[in-house]
Design a protein around this ligand. Structure first.
Ligand SMILES: [Zn+2]
Ligand SMILES: [Zn+2]
Length: 203
């Protein structure tokens, strides 16, 4: 049996010098900020409260209350530097901060998309009620305990990647694949791009 090397992360600094593992190939187009952070947390075994504290523009926030999933409250440059992700991709993981009330206040999802570890910006848009890829109704309630989770970047949400933050049951019926998965099909990619184009003022 081989022993995996233990990597030590500095909990105080979310910087690339400490070797965060993050591959842009894990992402699909317009992946939401929450989905990106879930991948960061899961693949690096980070604690949600540390990530929230490091990414908040303001200091001294309560990580369990967290911050809004908006460009105005998240330190986008820091995330871009820490993960080596293009700024365009980081910016594209939020809906437009200039417009109020365009997002559903609770985490809303498509079960089939969550199976591939995908939650998109469009899944949160209030006027979008079905998944552009699978055409099924979007859900915002946990099928197990009935809880709704506020769509905020906080420790409750980040510590339960692809799971209900209340009962910890997976939202989807399968474990989301992050590192080893097939590229998104052309049809799905086109459906996402078309929706993005039709709602361009919200992105
Ligand atoms: Zn879907
Ligand atoms: Zn639940």
């Amino acid at each position: 049996m081989t022993t995996l090397p233990i990597m030590l992360y500095n909990e105080q600094a979310l910087t690339p010098s400490f070797g965060y593992v993050f591959d842009p190939k894990w992402l699909d187009p317009y992946e939401s900020i929450v989905s990106i952070l879930w991948k960061l947390v899961r693949m690096n075994r980070l604690s949600g409260h540390m990530v929230v504290t490091q990414l908040a523009r303001e200091s001294g926030i309560d990580p369990y209350v967290g911050i809004a999933a908006s460009r105005s409250e998240v330190d986008i440059r820091r995330l871009h530097q820490a993960l080596g992700l293009q700024l365009k991709i980081v910016r594209g993981s939020f809906s437009s901060s200039a417009l109020n009330n365009i997002n559903n206040p609770n985490f809303r999802y498509c079960r089939k998309c969550l199976c591939r570890g995908y939650h998109g910006v469009m899944h949160q848009l209030e006027m979008v009620t079905t998944c552009p890829v699978h055409e099924c109704l979007l859900e915002d309630v946990c099928g197990e305990c009935g809880a709704r989770m506020p769509y905020r970047i906080n420790a409750h949400l980040l510590d339960a990647p692809y799971r209900c933050g209340s009962c910890r049951k997976l939202y989807a019926s399968c474990h989301p694949a992050i590192a080893n998965r097939r590229p998104l099909g052309r049809k799905a990619r086109t459906a996402i791009t078309r929706l993005r184009f039709n709602h361009c003022s919200y992105f």
